[in-house]
Design a protein around this ligand. Structure first.
Ligand code: MLT
Ligand code: MN
Ligand code: ZN
Length: 295
């Protein structure tokens, strides 16, 4: 199985259009590698690819990866798209995948409802793009020899659908992780997760590789940096650091580990930071656009 990171950054990307934090400024100046928004491409046979989350940057992300270029006059090696939640960084790229090329669009019924509630997604012609509703914890086949399964992780409704009160520990169809298997190796992709319950730890015990929510280093990072007013947990993202952060919670996992969906404020972007050294010491790599993981 081959996993290619199309976008390592969280919503907004690195740099984000309206952000003058040190990381965004350094990325603009070429001192830090820029990064597109949250997305992976996966394949078991090298010719049928699945896109996990369709980011607003998908057009450039596909241009940058020759394996995703079209064959012939019209057509695409992209056989399917899977969506793990309804946030803009994971669904807006669907709009760039209009133009009459067929693919399967896999998501839970709850996430399909979000897409159905937004008529702009009708731009994906129903006779070309098959909207496949998949039940939680039920394996299904992706073209090219991969088996996928969606499972609930703690999260919330999409940001643009939040009401006055928000349950940030919702466990259901709104926020899911993906298990991928080619019959030999198993990978997990969890770009959004509010906390790590024990049953998630148990589930991950067969992982060869885990790509996990690395949105923020500190829960209050956006507040302290003056870039936002919410904690990570309020946004549905567990921090990396701290007593119940992901570094400690996932410390016992012997799989390969990659942080992904990283907010532009996160110090782990910087190769010379103490935070980057700390995650490396704990066995984690930090994703970047174009990173390939071969299992
Ligand atoms: C998130 O992961 O919290 C979202 O991408 C937020 C957003 O839609 O900007
Ligand atoms: Mn996001
Ligand atoms: Zn920034």
């Amino acid at each position: 199985m081959k996993i290619v990171v199309l976008g390592a950054a969280a919503g907004g990307g690195l740099p984000q259009w309206n952000c003058g934090c040190v990381n965004c400024n350094d990325a603009r100046a070429g001192r830090l590698r820029s990064s597109g928004q949250s997305s992976l491409a996966v394949s078991a046979d090298g010719s049928h690819w699945s896109i996990l989350n369709a980011s607003p940057d998908i057009r450039q992300q596909m241009q940058d990866r020759p394996v995703l270029h079209p064959h012939g006059l019209r057509g695409s090696p992209v056989a399917s798209v899977l969506v793990t939640n309804g946030d803009i960084d994971h669904i807006a790229g669907l709009l760039s995948l209009r133009e009459q090329t067929p693919f399967d669009l896999f998501a839970t019924a709850g996430i399909h409802e979000v897409l159905e509630g937004n008529r702009i997604f009708d731009a994906l012609a129903r006779d070309k793009v098959a909207r496949r509703r998949v039940a939680l914890d039920t394996p299904f086949a992706l073209q090219g020899g991969l088996q996928a399964m969606l499972f609930a992780v703690p999260g919330k409704v999409p940001l643009f659908m939040e009401g006055e009160t928000v349950d940030t520990g919702l466990i259901g169809e709104q926020t899911v992780g993906v298990r991928l298997s080619d019959g030999q190796s198993t990978a997990y992709y969890i770009p959004g997760c509010a906390h790590v319950p024990d049953d998630l730890l148990d589930r991950l015990s067969d992982a060869d590789h885990l790509l996990f929510d690395g949105t923020l280093w500190d829960d209050d990072e956006m507040i302290r940096s003056g870039t936002g007013i919410k904690t990570g947990r309020r946004m549905g993202h567990i921090p990396i650091s701290g007593d119940d952060g992901s570094l400690l919670r996932l410390a016992g996992l012997t799989a390969g580990k990659t942080y992904i969906h990283i907010n532009n404020t996160n110090p782990v972007w910087r190769e010379d930071s103490a935070e980057r050294a700390e995650v490396a010491r704990q066995g984690w790599q930090v994703a970047h656009d174009g990173l390939e993981i071969v299992l």
